[in-house]
Design a protein around this ligand. Structure first.
Ligand code: NDP
Length: 278
């Protein structure tokens, strides 16, 4: 199938990222190849994995057997927090590339700041170097809070292109987005559907909007992310949902609908707290 009609967002490296991608957290390694092949067949061209997910090899096999040119697929992987530090980070990306069977990744991210380890600035120097060596086209971070980002910016010279953070209707991260967007740091949403940990269909504002457009609440949430300008990587193991989650380019939310969704923020974090994940 042809590529999705996803908008592209330009990163501070000059490269573009498809705004709607596909995540493979908690996808069993034995199932990942089939699932990523399905996603590529449905038209996704942006796959988000991580060393910690233990499925990079299967992602790589799917990319190789898809027949889609490497240059048309945007691949992200991440530095496992056990590999923090300059020397270990320098080792970790080549190992990920080996598992993926690729010469470079499009985006390499620090997975967690792990502040108690106190080495994310050293890891970042390794990422800068690997970018210069062409192993990663673009580098960025995940789960950085204001304090981590301030320190990174003060102690290094390359501004992260992306900060991938938990972001969904009940946890909208307005402050972080307002802080990082003027710095040119693109916000990428993980858990864009709330990881299925609360019932989107239990939020009356979403239900009303979904009914008005003849869409599911998940499609409304994905559309909301797109109009907010965040990159997002919803995960599903089901092909029918891959198709559903991508059928979001034929309707638009109006300003009242966008504000109604803004009002559903409850500051509800469903994943780990970045200060505590070490
Ligand atoms: P998501 O918000 O994408 O939610 C995934 C859940 O929603 C799954 O249970 C899935 O079920 C379900 N789902 C997906 N589509 C639909 C649909 N149309 N209708 C109903 N249910 C649906 O959570 P993730 O945690 O997976 O986040 C997305 C990606 O973000 C990850 O896969 C990973 O790549 C990345 N991530 C990054 C983190 C980081 O620290 N940087 C942390 C966590 C995630 P099913 O599969 O059964 O369809």
């Amino acid at each position: 199938m042809a590529a999705l009609n996803s908008p592209m967002i330009r990163l501070n490296s000059g490269y573009e990222i498809p705004q709607l991608g596909f995540g493979v957290f908690q996808v069993e390694p034995s199932e990942t190849e089939r699932i990523v092949l399905d996603a590529l067949d449905v038209g996704y061209r942006h796959v988000d994995t991580a060393a910690a997910y233990r499925n990079e090899e299967a992602v790589g096999r799917a990319i190789a057997s898809s027949g889609i040119p490497r240059s048309e697929i945007f691949v992200t992987t991440k530095l496992f927090r056990e590999d923090h530090g300059y020397e270990s980070a320098l080792r970790a990306l080549p190992e990920s590339l080996e598992r993926l069977g690729l010469d470079y990744v499009d985006l390499y991210l620090i997975h967690w700041p792990a502040p108690a380890r106190d080495v994310y600035v050293d890891s970042w120097r390794a990422l800068e170097e690997m970018r210069d060596r062409g192993l990663a086209r673009t580098i960025g971070v995940c789960n950085f809070m204001h304090e981590h980002m301030e320190r990174l910016l003060a102690e290094s010279s390359v501004v992260p292109a992306v900060n991938q953070i938990e972001l969904h209707p009940a946890f909208q991260q307005r402050e972080m987005r307002e802080y990082q967007e003027p710095l040119g740091i693109v916000t990428e949403a993980w858990g864009p559907l709330g990881q299925g940990k609360y019932d989107l269909a239990g939020i009356p504002e979403l239900v009303a909007i979904a009914e008005r457009h003849g869409k599911t609440v998940q499609q409304v949430v994905i559309r909301w992310h797109l109009q907010e300008g965040t990159v997002l990587i919803p995960k599903t193991v089901r092909r029918d949902r891959m198709i559903e989650n991508a059928a979001v380019f034929d309707f638009q939310l109006d300003p009242d609908e966008m504000s109604a969704i803004a009002s559903t923020d409850r500051n509800l974090r469903v994943g780990p707290h970045p200060r505590e994940r070490n």
